[in-house]
Design a protein around this ligand. Structure first.
Ligand code: AMP
Length: 421
């Protein structure tokens, strides 16, 4: 396949060091295609969805560009702006900037709706190089003169098609109209509907076009299965699945530490050797658990999303979502733990009636309905027939963060219509 290395792309040493720490062995296709052009200052039209490594494809060149010219960061005047549709994506991009920029002195902050404005205003009044924002909140801050763009050098529009789907286009256009003409612009969209292309053609100057073949994305290499099951039957379903020796190295995800512990205990009591990693375990205990799993001394590893971040375990035969993730991006990350390095893998998701809302959101991101398997002994017809948006009075998950609420709170902004002229 592609034998390009990160060194070949022309990245500077502090970035290479950070990538090495992350144990990224080689660039993904979008990274090797986009990064060299972006380092030359070209505009970009990128067709790529989440899970392809697109965040690093734009974050690395932005960091390199800002680091090349030592201009001191100023209050409220970022040199780079990344606009993204959801708070989860904003946080993820913020985390990537922190991770890849750990050896550089580049500051960043993240702003999004649904939380109080004051801490974000305070963060903006510090010196910032990169601002990551969702559209509605950014407009609020612009109206209050809490941010200005006269020093802006790079603008990235992430997930343009989702911005359109979520009704953010008027806000996005308004923001764009306030940006300086002379800048480098990066435009990403998983699909390119007409409206996205129209916007791109207005925004981009002689762009390089990069398209990542969707068949090469992780999500499509993984065989995905969805099991509808009652919450109280999940453990029995798991035990029955584990009777199949083909599941020789399984990574099981839960939403909470408590659940991770419970499952590990249960499986061990049934002689399925299991380790658990989560935020309450010491670094030493986590490393030991990972070693036992990697060496095959434990057949199962139960993990929470946070604990699993950044770990790279080879040859995971199955990923099992014992609980559906409440953030769709986590789904993509979880299932990407199997089918690494060209191998194929199987991802099985257990969905109970209260998790239907999470499922709906996941399918919006992956853009493919998960194939339902009804041929298992614990199939739950009530969960299968529940409305896609989730139960009205059933709380989707113990954590309580309702992703749909998250979308809605931004979509409902009265301003969206008011600024249409
Ligand atoms: P993204 O498409 O940006 O959401 O990235 C998907 C996942 O791939 C993230 O968890 C990244 O940390 C990871 N990732 C990005 N680039 C690479 C790479 N070159 N090698 C291995 N993992 C990567």
């Amino acid at each position: 396949m592609n034998s390009t290395t990160f060194e070949d792309l022309g990245l500077i040493e502090p970035l290479l060091r950070a990538l090495h720490t992350e144990k990224y062995e080689k660039p993904t296709p979008i990274q090797s295609q986009a990064i060299p052009h972006l380092l030359q200052g070209r505009d970009l039209l990128g067709s790529a969805q989440t899970g392809t490594g697109k965040t690093a494809a734009f974050v690395l060149p932005i960091l390199q560009r800002l680091a090349a010219e030592r201009i001191f960061a100023q209050k409220r005047a970022p040199r780079a702006l990344v606009l993204t549709p959801t708070r989860e994506l904003a946080n993820q991009i913020g985390n990537s900037i922190r991770t890849y920029g750990r050896h550089l002195r580049i500051s960043h902050t993240t702003v999004y709706g649904g939380v109080s404005l004051q801490p974000q205003i305070r963060a903006l009044s510090g010196n910032i190089d990169i601002l990551v924002a969702t559209p509605g909140r950014l407009l609020d801050l612009m109206r209050q003169r809490m941010v200005r763009f006269d020093r802006l050098e790079v603008f990235t529009l992430d997930e343009a098609d989702r911005m359109l789907d979520m009704g953010f286009i008027t806000d996005v256009k308004k923001i764009i109209s306030e940006l300086p003409d002379k800048k480098q612009t990066l435009f990403f969209s998983a699909t390119m509907p007409r409206e996205a292309l129209d916007l791109a053609s207005k925004l981009l100057k002689d762009p390089v076009e990069v398209k990542v073949d969707p068949t090469s994305t992780t999500a499509e290499k993984v065989e995905q299965k969805l099991f509808f099951v009652g919450r109280n039957d999940k453990e029995a379903l798991l035990l029955s699945l584990l009777e199949d020796p083909a599941i020789n190295r399984a990574l099981i995800f839960t939403r909470t530490k408590h659940k991770a512990n419970n499952i590990a205990k249960k499986l061990n009591s049934h002689k399925v050797l299991t380790e658990a990693i989560h935020g309450n375990k010491s670094q030493g205990a986590r490393m030991q658990a990972l070693r036992n799993f990697s060496a095959g001394r434990a057949r199962v590893l139960v993990a929470t999303d946070v604990a699993s971040r950044g770990i790279d375990i080879k040859e995971v035969s199955h990923v099992i979502n014992f609980e559906m993730p409440n953030e769709p991006e986590s789904y993509v990350h979880r299932i990407g733990r199997t089918a690494r390095a060209g191998a194929s893998g199987i991802a099985i998701s257990f969905c109970d009636v209260d998790e239907r809302a999470f499922l709906g959101n996941i399918e919006r991101v992956t853009r493919i309905p998960l194939p339902v398997d009804v041929e298992h002994p614990f199939h739950c017809e009530i969960a299968a027939r529940a409305p896609k948006g989730g139960m009205r009075n059933g709380k989707p998950g113990a954590g309580g963060y309702h992703k749909r609420g998250g979308f809605r709170s931004q979509q409902r902004r009265p301003r969206a219509g008011a600024s249409k002229r």
